[in-house]
Ligand binder design. Structure first.
Ligand code: ZN
Length: 151
């Protein structure tokens, strides 16, 4: 089980870091947020287009390590079509999963992100895009940095 998870994790990270999904500027975004992880040098901008309470489009651009890029790519797919409340709920689940290594069991391929737990130095990389996405969707429009968060 553990080995399977590791394989799944590696496959997913490799796939998404090599060909990130939704990797572009979104010209008609009505929400943006920046994420910065100074420890690793990860730097991303998240672009969100919200209609009412629903995330219609979510894209990102920036640079950083394979883990942060893959995590950003995965989240743009996972959060599209979600309401703000659903984004927050998913953020909480993913945050707990990455920091504890416990899979939620019902998150599909997001469960693979639990594998990051085995690499403590990479936890901030994996969670950074999620902080930025949450800031964008909640309209805080700020720069989030891993250095002001408890991961
Ligand atoms: Zn990183």
């Amino acid at each position: 089980m553990f080995d399977d998870l590791t394989d799944l994790y590696q496959q997913l990270i490799l796939d998404h870091s090599k060909s990130p999904r939704n990797y572009r500027v979104l010209p008609d975004a009505n929400r943006t947020a920046h994420g910065h992880n100074p420890l690793c040098g990860d730097n991303y901008t998240l672009y969100a287009k919200l209609e009412g309470d629903v995330v219609k489009e979510l894209t990102f651009q920036g640079s950083g390590c394979a883990i942060s890029k893959a995590s950003a790519s995965i989240l743009t797919e996972a959060l599209k079509g979600k309401t703000r409340a659903e984004v927050k709920a998913l953020f909480d689940k993913v945050h707990q999963m990455i920091t504890t290594g416990q899979t939620a069991g019902d998150l599909g391929k997001l469960d693979a992100l639990a594998g990051v737990h085995k690499f403590p130095a990479r936890i901030k990389c994996a969670i950074l895009p999620w902080h930025a996405a949450l800031a964008a969707v909640e309209g805080r429009g700020e720069t989030v940095t891993t250095e002001t968060e408890d991961t």
